[in-house]
Design a protein around this ligand. Sequence first.
Ligand SMILES: [Cu+2]
Length: 182
Amino acid sequence: MKKIFIIVVLLAAAGGAGYVLTKKQPDVSQQTNSNSNPPPAIPSPEGMDDSMESVNPPVTPVNPAPTPPAAPSLPPAGGPVQDDMGDVDVAPPKVFNITGRNFSFSQSELKVKKGDRVIINFESTDGFHDWSISEFSVHTDRVGAGQKSSVEFVADKTGTFEYYCSVSSHRAAGMVGKLIVE
Ligand SMILES: [Cu+2]
């Protein structure tokens, strides 16, 4: 009984070992392949000397770096130039489109700021009228129904001023409005 048991154990062991060996072989070959890679890496340390030498030259480029800080100072210099342009010439005028008829204006109150350039685009829709304001010595042409006339002036003083139609007794008839300069 013992002999048979031992034989069975040996056969099983041999079969198991053979199975393990066949399974391991491919693994071993793969490991050897991966192990063969490191050797080529050995020459790289020799290349290290070359790379080390090349590292030294880059030290000089580091000095030019301080120049960029000088660049940021330039944009502030450009800023004031834009401000000068914006303040003087670019301020848009205040434009009002007003119509007149017997006997009123389409708007009875206009508001602007002192120093504003004011443009009045006046059109008569009914009758013969104009748009006048004595304090600024300006008025549009007198125009009939369907006709237009414009006038431009600078509101160079503050206050509330009456604009009116200067034709006949239209002002007394109520063809008036208020220009408020703040
Ligand atoms: Cu009128």
